[in-house]
Design a protein around this ligand. Structure first.
Ligand code: PBG
Length: 332
């Protein structure tokens, strides 16, 4: 409970809100460029910067354009980039082997960022959806998403991404046992210092809609992801997933989506005291952009206020498509 020292008129809380200087002195949280992870979409080709209609201001980048983005992130002081591959229908099948091909677009993107901006931490996504004919994050047989077979595939993805130079692996698949299996495989292969930022409390959310367009998975997805992603009604289950992933060797954890799930962020930070991240997902981004485009909100102010909300809830950092815009503003 807030600690009120004295009753009115001893306490007048408005005294500390009176001027910008006093507000600045007493502000409890601050934004920093160093808390940003920038998710970027990559695709085949050259010289391509392809707009994504449901995410105005976000593009699918060919690798040469990704290199420019990496240098831009470096100049802005953004510490990390997270790579998401857009794949054509022809790359997708039921067995998903391309997911662990060292020369797939995601792995080439890791090497491209490392070459262009060696100081930037490269984060990946581990899930089969960009390469799966049915759009799911795991292997599907007879309409069932198979857990253990999926984990085997995801471990292969993790090893190849580590081999390609990834600093932070981001398993977003929500299969059981994947963190432990990856951690053990990474140790055995000599990748003992590759970090895992687990999508630990990842909910079955309708806020991912624009992302599925961005990676070319919307058309492919058969059914929904409710047998592996968490029911939005559940709070204890989200915390259990975090506890489990930390036990199995995750170094950092994520709550996803972001703003609608800040209660989870606060609980995770308080209960586990580990580096805690939130993902401000595509639908959250799209809502802010759409309202701003209509003149219904001040997009820039809402963007910055949303960043502050993540900090106040206890986030150590945020994955956000706004990262370069936020960084530009914070850098003055
Ligand atoms: C898939 C993945 C998704 C997102 C990140 N990784 C979509 C999903 O689970 O269907 C969503 C990100 C966003 O909406 O911005 N493994």
């Amino acid at each position: 409970m807030a600690d009120i020292k004295a009753p009115f008129v001893g306490t007048r809380l408005r005294r500390l809100r009176r001027t910008p200087a006093i507000r600045a002195l007493t502000r409890e949280n601050r934004l920093s460029v160093e808390d940003l992870i920038w998710p970027v979409f990559v695709r085949e080709g050259e010289g391509i910067r392809e707009p994504i209609s449901s995410m105005p201001g976000v593009y699918r980048l060919s690798l040469d354009m990704l290199e420019n983005a990496a240098r831009e992130a470096g100049a802005l002081g953004i510490p990390a980039i997270c790579i998401f591959p857009y794949t054509d229908q022809s790359m997708k099948n039921e067995t998903c082997e391309i997911a662990w091909d060292p020369d797939n677009i995601g792995n080439r993107a890791i090497r491209a960022v490392k070459a262009a901006a060696p100081d930037i931490a490269v984060m990946t996504d581990i899930a089969l959806d960009p390469y799966n004919a049915n759009g799911h994050d795991g292997i599907v047989r007879d309409g069932i998403i198979l857990n253990d077979e999926s984990v085997e595939a995801l471990v292969k993805m993790a090893l190849v991404q580590a081999e390609s130079g990834a600093d932070i692996l981001g398993p977003s698949d929500m299969m059981d046992g994947r963190i432990g299996a990856m951690r053990q495989a990474l140790e055995q292969a000599g990748h003992k210092d590759v970090a895992i930022l687990s999508y630990a409390a990842k909910y079955a959310s309708a806020f991912y809609g624009p992302f599925r367009d961005a990676v070319g998975a919307s058309g492919a997805l058969k059914g929904d992801k409710k047998t592996y992603q968490i029911d939005p009604a559940n709070r204890a289950e989200g915390l259990a997933c975090v506890a489990r992933d930390l036990d199995e060797g995750a170094d950092m954890v994520m709550v996803k989506p972001g703003l609608p799930y800040l209660d989870m962020v606060r609980d995770v930070k308080d209960q586990f005291a580990v580096p805690t991240f939130a993902y401000q997902v595509s639908g959250e981004y799209a809502m802010i952009e759409a309202a701003a485009a209509n003149g219904w909100i001040d997009g820039e102010k809402v963007m910055l206020e949303s960043m502050m909300a993540f900090r106040r809830a206890g986030c150590d950092g945020v994955l956000t498509y706004f990262a370069p815009r936020v960084a530009t503003i914070l850098n003055g």
